[in-house]
Design a binder for this molecule. Structure first.
Ligand SMILES: Cc1cc2nc3c(=O)[nH]c(=O)nc-3n(C[C@H](O)[C@H](O)[C@H](O)COP(=O)(O)O)c2cc1C
Length: 363
């Protein structure tokens, strides 16, 4: 048992976070034309800046990496300029913010791709999932398998996007290695049937994720590089026959790279924490820097897991949608507001920046 509390400062690399509560990445589909985050996004993140660390909504590193309508990018100058408003707003409130770097791989739709091209994937296997596009939920499109000589370009897009994020004022980046998107598609054998150096063995299936991590570290430094993984999540139709071996190996390699955190979705993303047998403690023991735990946490679970030293930081997703002042509410033991499901994806201020803080909602 430890005497740590959720509401004390925490040192993440060279940053001092004001508490151990992290805002998990949350896609909200409200970017403007050109996939640029605007003033409204700056206001939304500013309202939530009392989290010790904010992780931005997933942000595509290229047009090819986009899978949903109106999600922001980090590959054009106008996007960098848009994000600068967000980071300035968060920093002005004393907050810290990382950008989540995203390539969706096969979880996309031809209407989002350049010239209606097929989305790309490790193998030409369509995902059993839907995407939000054309103002509705539709089946994802049939993907094509990436050629071996295309992979360095993808690594390079991640590298450049990380540099762009730093140019936009972010404190660091989180590589999206979770939830059945491109890097997770390579890692999980249900989606990866390749017979080259990027498929087959545990080492081969980890290769793209680790090359991306190494490239980002080389570009912006290990202290500013984190990664998100979801070893047993069936999100977006992926599964593994050997999740423990796969992710033990990945985490050992990430540990060698010295990245600042691993952010682990424990269980099915947004669902059961016990979806499949998996020893998350094994990842915790292997990784020497910060372990961020996510999925279904509330105050009691986070408090007890911290006391048992199972994690350093705790990421909350859905609770941050309707509770901009989640940290203050948890600390005060105040009730949490409920999310309106109709206004989660797309739209404007309603259901985005109009959830009041508790002091405001009392008056
Ligand atoms: C509306 C919504 C959007 C999400 N967007 C992202 C995202 O952009 N990137 C990501 O890694 N996870 C995303 N997730 C998953 C959350 O970050 C989180 O893992 C999940 O909600 C479980 O945590 P919770 O129980 O605290 O909500 C999203 C979840 C929701 C509900």
């Amino acid at each position: 048992m430890t005497n740590k509390t959720l509401f004390e400062p925490y040192k993440l690399g060279s940053l001092t976070l004001s508490n151990r509560i992290v805002m998990a990445p949350l896609t909200r589909n409200r970017a403007g034309a050109g996939f640029i985050p605007g003033e409204l996004a700056a206001e939304y993140y500013r309202q939530r800046a009392s989290a010790g660390l904010l992780i931005s909504e997933a942000t595509q590193i290229s047009q090819q990496g986009q899978g949903y309508q109106d999600t922001p990018g980090i590959y054009s100058q106008a996007q960098i300029d848009g994000w600068r408003k967000v980071t300035a707003a968060v920093h002005a409130k004393g907050g810290r913010i990382f950008l989540q770097l995203w390539h969706v791989g096969r979880v996309s739709h031809v209407d989002l791709q350049e010239n209606g091209a097929a989305p790309v994937a490790p193998s030409a296997i369509r995902a059993e999932t839907k995407t939000f596009v054309n103002d509705g939920f539709f089946d994802v499109s049939e993907p094509r398998a990436l050629a071996l000589d295309e992979l360095p370009g993808i690594v390079n897009d991640f590298r450049q996007a990380a540099a762009n994020a730093i140019a936009a004022g972010f404190d660091g980046v989180e590589i999206h290695g979770a939830n059945g998107y491109l890097l997770d598609q390579f890692a999980r054998d249900s989606a990866n049937r390749r017979t080259d150096a990027y498929g087959g063995s545990v080492e081969n299936r980890a290769r793209l994720m680790l090359e991306v991590a190494a490239a980002v570290v080389e570009k912006i430094g290990a202290e500013r590089t984190g990664i998100r993984i979801s070893p047993v999540s069936p999100a977006n139709g992926v599964s593994s026959s050997d999740a423990q071996a796969q992710f033990d190996y990945i985490v050992d390699q990430l540990n060698s790279l010295g990245i600042v955190y691993i952010h682990v979705v424990e269980g099915a993303t947004g669902g059961s924490r016990d979806v499949a047998p998996f020893d998350f403690g094994s990842l915790r023991r292997r990784f020497k820097n910060t372990y961020i735990a996510n999925n279904g946490y509330d105050l009691d679970l986070a408090t007890s897991r911290l006391a048992e030293d199972k994690a350093d930081l705790f990421a909350f997703g859905r609770p941050f949608i309707a509770n901009p002042d989640l940290v203050e509410r948890l600390e005060a033991g105040a009730p949490l507001a409920q999310v309106n499901p109709a206004t989660i994806y797309g739209g404007g201020a309603v259901g985005y920046t109009d959830y009041p803080a508790i002091a405001a909602s009392r008056s």
